[in-house]
Design a protein around this ligand. Sequence first.
Ligand code: FE
Ligand code: FE
Ligand code: ZN
Length: 288
Amino acid sequence: MNKSISDTRGDFKVGCHLSFAGGYAKMVRDALSIGANAMQYFSRNPRGGKSKPFDAEDAGKLLETAEKHRFAPFMVHAPYTYNPCSANEDLRRFARDAMSEDLQLQAKIGRSFYNFHPGSHVGQGIEKGVELITEFLDAVLPYAGDTVVLLETMSGKGSEVGSSFGEIAKIIRAVKNPEKLGVCLDTCHVYSAGYDIINDLDGVLKEFDAVIGLSRLKAVHLNDSAEPFASKKDRHAKIGGGFIGLDAVARIVNHSKLRGLPFYLETPNELEGYAGEIKLLRSIRKGD
Ligand code: FE
Ligand code: FE
Ligand code: ZN
């Protein structure tokens, strides 16, 4: 482990998406080796295969290390194959059963966020989409334990639900257990959805507060965008390597309304690239 990196850690929680292939202890070692104190991983194979059997000893090592190094809550990401608002009942049931299982497993570990994509309404319309996502959440949230389930802000590609703050607010208002829900703001997605976080970050956060409420905002997916503003396309770029740019990223990680949140990178990188980005972000962060 690079000691000089870990020694500079203040309250800035930053990390990235990691592979769960080697288990929990390996994953948190990887996080430490790149100077991270936050980490995200898929709850199971991203294409939605069977989850691994729970290894309590391995999970214990994860918790011990995460506590010792004051990690942000673990960010568990649902596989992309879950579509809570599919027109096909079998696909909706698959998503519901798999996410219920994921949540039960995560409740055993604790100190976690569980992030999911609200889904694509596939031509049924936003209203129907919101209705199906609400039904879905009413079925799965009782399994969440103390995990906070996060709706991710989406780019709006195809028929994605959740590319406007209004759609997310509607879902949160409609569910039976809103206290279990939060929001994860993906910088690439909101930018390509048409929220101008480069020129009007204050205005975007004001709108978020008015429509959803900033107390719901629990985490940031920090990504640059390989697609232009309001393109409704979802293609992540390395930090400073896309249309958002490093100056805007610096304002984001230092903004008074965001700086207390954990930041999770989902940029096209291997471990070494992530280490470089985390180091860069720590260097542009002010005041801690
Ligand atoms: Fe995502
Ligand atoms: Fe994301
Ligand atoms: Zn994305």
